[in-house]
Design a protein around this ligand. Sequence first.
Ligand code: AMP
Length: 175
Amino acid sequence: MTLEQEIKSVIRDVPDFPKPGILFKDITPILLQPFLMEKMVAKIIEQFKNTPIDAVAGIESRGYLFGLLIAQALKVPFIMIRKEGKLPAKTIKESYDLEYGSATIEVHSDAITPNTNILIHDDLLATGGTAIAAAKLIQQKANVIGFSFIINLSFLNGVSKLTPIQPNIQSLISY
Ligand code: AMP
């Protein structure tokens, strides 16, 4: 079995979560398999072996799982991008539109070293709205050097929306 086949066999599809019509890709079964996780991290490191990464930023909350492992493997800092109101110290913010209403994400101001190259990681790329907001947040102080995802829902064309920001976009599996 290829790594791609193995990941797909472990991800759980949950229909109509969190609302009717959404097929939720549940990555939590992957966390029960440490040897699979190790192979996934190694593959992500290989995908970015020619990318000069100074830090990894993970998007709350599932982006923290592999984001932290990637940062640790690269021996670079890990930056938490959080939903508004969770971080205790001084932050910078970015707001973005959702299907209904809007949302704000933020990061501790001192977590980002100015003008460094930051890899953004999340578990899944759908429409790209979340990753674009994360990129704009990082770009207030630094550079986005790449985007990393476990899953790309390619039929939603998130890649074409991220490409103008940074074309270095990798995922482990696509649907
Ligand atoms: P988007 O902003 O549309 O690219 O959505 C990406 C964000 O929403 C990520 O943080 C994902 O964790 C979550 N997400 C969107 N669609 C799904 C899905 N079908 N299954 C699991 N998570 C999803």
